[in-house]
Ligand binder design. Structure first.
Ligand code: C5P
Length: 221
């Protein structure tokens, strides 16, 4: 039996991975499948929430009853999340957002020139949406959740990231060659700003999602 503890709540979830275009045919991207964010959307809807899913380049089917806002780049994702967050009770940033984007977009396809080395690609920093939302909350009592994929010193790096980003909860995943990205299952620890740590054993992304909603619902004012 599914708890109806998110009835009357609006939750915003970002999912997928951003693409930062270099020219009309190329982009810088990442391996995020969107599965974790979509699982969060399905489970929140099942618990009664109104759900806005800001989906970056995911090919997954839209969950029933969920408002999907498709985006491509980090800048577009920021606009969509900030707009939807205005009346949200919780924001969960499950998307893999590119930290950098090409400094210039070439409006025509970049050509290879025979015998000439390619130009280096200059990058500029993207906005950190999670840090921005956590610092300037549009609503008092809004709960902000981040995700972090770490390969080493998972808990220490997660704690430092939680403090730096000022979110309420940070879901820390250990990533490796075959772990998490694109997988159906994951293992994580949910770190809270109040110091608590909730380990979530290896299992379906729905199970991790339900633990996240349990911890979010506990923190609603
Ligand atoms: O710093 P790092 O990229 O590891 O942090 C991951 C968390 O921050 C995720 O929740 C991700 O959605 C969010 N993020 C963001 N804006 C960025 C980079 C990451 O909101 N530019």
């Amino acid at each position: 039996e599914v708890p109806a503890d998110l009835v009357g709540r609006h939750v915003v979830i970002s999912a997928g991975g951003t693409r930062e275009p270099l020219d009309p045919v190329r982009y810088l991207g990442n391996r995020s499948s969107g599965k974790q964010g979509y699982a969060l959307a399905r489970t929140a809807a099942a618990r009664g929430a109104r759900v806005t899913l800001v989906a970056a380049n995911s090919v997954l089917p839209a969950p029933a009853g969920v408002d999907v806002v498709p985006v491509e780049t980090a800048v577009q994702l920021r606009e969509a999340v900030i707009k939807a967050a205005a009346d949200a009770d919780a924001v969960v940033m499950a998307a893999a957002v590119a930290d950098f984007r090409p400094a210039v977009y070439a409006s025509g396809k970049i050509k290879k020139r025979s015998g000439v080395d390619p130009d280096p690609v200059a990058l500029v920093r993207n906005p950190d949406i999670l840090a921005e939302l956590s610092t300037d909350r549009p609503r008092a009592g809004q709960i902000v959740v981040g995700f972090a994929a770490e390969t080493d010193d998972v808990l220490a790096n997660g704690r430092a990231k939680l403090a730096r980003k000022r979110c309420d909860l940070l879901v820390v995943n250990e990533v490796g060659e075959r772990k998490t990205f694109g997988a159906e299952e994951s293992e994580a620890v949910v770190l809270a700003a109040d110091g608590s740590e909730t380990p979530v054993p290896y299992g379906p992304k729905e199970e991790l999602s339900d633990t996240v909603w349990d911890l979010v619902a506990l923190r609603f004012p």
